[in-house]
Design a protein around this ligand. Structure first.
Ligand code: E4P
Length: 230
């Protein structure tokens, strides 16, 4: 299973790259504006250089499928590791799967996003998306069961040896990460603020504190015995 960071924050990406935890990055327009990435082309190029060869998802910004297609083609030229994010439908409910299909046929990696149901994911995979982004938190907002959808989708992809990869996004709690991992997500895209909480545990701290105290005692004892021998 891979971990992506759901962020455009360069410092956070550098920090967690150094821990060996980052297999890619996902952004969306809300993340970009929150993290101060206003020049989408320049900012995405910079992230792509930092992450190379890991994938960096960048989302189209138009509501019009024809314009999405043009944007997607242009974005794909920004860097070899760009993945173009296309919503499964636009804000009016119009299918954007023709965009997913055309870009994929042109050899452009597509992350089909804003997916909230099994059927949307199935169609996105059929249309040629390399990645299907299930929004776990938003599913749960409406009383849906993200684990069930992830598990069913993973079973279906495996049954047909389909190459699409499930990205679970819209992570709201540390428990969401655990549930998505156990349900069979290929990839979880995690907001970086959750990683310190995932790695930390008060009893681990206490355990290490005990080891450190004993190590100091052992060193002191060793020094005392060495001094006694001289
Ligand atoms: C990732 O690809 C998604 O864009 C992101 O996780 C959505 O998260 P949100 O539901 O918290 O906006």
């Amino acid at each position: 299973m891979q971990i992506f960071l759901d962020t455009a924050n360069r410092q956070e990406i550098e920090r967690w790259l150094a821990h060996g935890l980052v297999d890619g990055v996902t952004t969306n327009p809300s993340i970009c504006v929150r993290d101060g990435l206003y020049d989408l082309e320049e900012g995405t190029r910079g992230l792509c250089r930092l992450l190379d060869p890991r994938p960096v998802s960048v989302e189209v910004t138009s509501n019009d499928p024809e314009q999405m297609l043009g944007q997607g083609r242009a974005m794909a030229r920004w860097a070899p590791n760009v993945v173009v994010k296309v919503p499964v439908i636009n804000q009016d409910g119009l299918s954007c799967l023709s965009v997913v299909h055309r870009l994929s046929q042109e050899g452009i990696a597509v992350n089909c996003t804003a997916i909230l149901s099994f059927n949307q994911a199935l169609l996105a995979a059929k249309a040629g998306a390399s990645y299907v982004s299930l929004f776990a938190g938003r599913m749960a907002d409406e009383g849906g069961n993200p684990s069930e959808v992830i598990r069913n989708l993973r079973d279906w992809l495996d049954r047909w040896a389909h190459p699409a990869r499930i990205i679970v996004g819209s992570i709201r709690t540390v428990l969401d990460v655990q549930l998505a991992a156990l349900a069979g997500a290929h990839i979880i895209t995690i907001p970086p603020q959750f990683l310190p909480r995932m790695v930390d545990h008060k009893y681990s701290r206490e355990t290490v504190r005990g080891f450190n105290a004993d190590a100091e005692r052992a060193l002191a004892e060793f020094a005392a015995r060495a001094a006694g021998r001289s």
